[in-house]
Design a protein around this ligand. Structure first.
Ligand code: EPS
Length: 405
């Protein structure tokens, strides 16, 4: 990230989670309600475990906002862990509580446990799992909510839905399903899937996993609309928008694969089948090319297809940006797999900690947040500005130029 910067801190069962975001211009309307709305979306979803009954995530704005508007200084957010009350000794920073709870010594296959203790020279896996926990994503969603609000000022919105859980996949699923209806529908599904029949099947499969003490992964899709052409750049590897989005999405806990547009399927096709052909339509009036319009309605250059997923040469091309991510099943299993105790070296069964069975719906909300942060960074890189007025002036001038090109 070049213009925006953010850091998160906090353990899953520590007192709180903290996020700091620097680089949002002054003058953006922002309230903790804007953030809490997104936090609530992340907490929902069929297949979550007991922890979500304890937490009701709320972001307290500690800095960077005065009287409802950002002031250009770092925005810091604090989210309390309600579960902390049960861990005050076990997770205390004070030495006198050492050994107040027993060490976790049975690494879970698929988790950060074993690599983490080896790397950090620890004898208690808790010192690794507390931070590798997906609880950390609460802060990312909070920071993502700020960047979503920022992007909305420029007509950019970011949504998502789940297309697959385990082997249950939505029919006709694939990139490019968009439109407000689809997003609204996903919002009412317990698994964030816009198709009723598939939702039912997904819920049933999750029930089966719960019954078997097993877990499930899946695939979600994030769609960002309203991005003007020219965000990101072809000129250097780390300025390419698709590369930046891939990093952002694959950094989410349990994500094992990221695709843009047609993704891996593009490799099966002839070039003539998949390149998005370019058309031109002169329009006397009308806004610059905005992705929410139907392709044929675009003034100026437009495409009828979007196999590229809105990105060509590392730059947005004006079409919706479409990202798909595969999440592995959660590695914490009630019916644990074989492992080795790190102290006794005995063959044992991995530890079980209370966990979720399926968190793909939550991951899709986190995917939106990471997409928002990445696009906001690339937008600010292009348009700059220390105040919203300045950024908007620069943005509007560019859009005017694109319209007249
Ligand atoms: C997680 C284990 C569970 C999840 C947690 C991620 O928490 P706990 O160990 O407290 O039961 O619920 O996710 C969250 C707390 C959250 O907010 O998403 C893990 O091991 O990664």
């Amino acid at each position: 990230m070049t213009t925006l910067r953010f850091l998160t801190a906090g353990e899953s069962h520590g007192p709180a989670l903290i996020g700091i975001l620097e680089g949002i211009p002054a003058g953006l309307l922002l309230s903790s309600g804007d953030i809490d709305k997104q936090l609530m979306r992340r907490q929902a979803g069929y297949g979550r475990g007991g922890r979500m009954k304890i937490e009701q995530d709320h972001a307290e704005i500690i800095s960077g906002v005065r009287w409802g508007k950002t002031i250009g200084s770092p925005i810091s957010l604090l989210i309390e862990n309600k579960d902390w009350k049960n861990w005050q000794e076990g997770m205390s920073p004070e030495g006198r509580y050492e050994h107040s709870i027993s060490a976790v010594t049975r690494p879970r296959p698929g988790h950060a446990d074993l690599a983490g203790i080896l790397k950090y020279a620890q004898k208690d896996i808790r010192n690794i799992l507390e931070r590798s926990s997906a609880r950390e994503t609460t802060t990312r969603v909070a920071i993502g909510a700020v960047t979503k609000k920022f992007l909305f000022e420029f007509g950019i919105s970011i949504n998502s839905y789940v297309i697959q859980i385990g082997n249950v996949r939505m029919q006709d699923a694939g990139f490019g399903i968009q439109g407000k209806e689809i997003f609204k529908k996903a919002g009412t599904s317990p698994v964030r899937c816009p198709d009723d029949e598939t939702t039912k099947k997904m819920v049933k499969l999750i029930d089966k996993a719960v019954k078997n003490g097993d877990s499930l992964g899946g695939i979600f899709e994030v769609v960002a609309t309203g991005i003007p052409p020219g965000i990101g750049s072809h000129i250097q590897w780390d300025r390419k928008l698709d590369a930046r989005l891939s990093l952002a999405i694959s950094s989410i806990q349990a994500i094992k694969g990221v695709e843009i547009g047609l993704g891996f399927k593009i490799a099966e096709k002839f070039g003539s089948e998949v390149m998005d052909e370019i058309f031109y339509k002169q329009k006397a009036k009308g806004s610059p090319p905005r992705a929410e319009q139907k392709a044929e309605e675009y003034p100026g250059f437009y495409r009828k297809t979007n196999n590229a997923g809105g990105i060509e040469g590392g730059m947005s091309n004006g079409m919706p940006v479409i990202i798909r991510a595969a999440m592995k099943p959660i590695p914490t299993l009630k019916k644990p797999l074989r492992s080795v105790d790190i102290i006794t070296r005995e063959n044992i069964k991995a530890a079980y900690e209370r966990s979720d069975t399926c968190a793909v719906p939550a991951a899709s909300v986190i995917g939106e947040a990471m997409t928002a942060i990445t696009i906001a960074d690339a937008l600010l890189e292009k348009f700059g500005g220390d105040s919203m007025d300045e950024t908007k002036r620069n943005f509007d001038a560019y859009m005017e130029y694109i319209k007249k090109f």
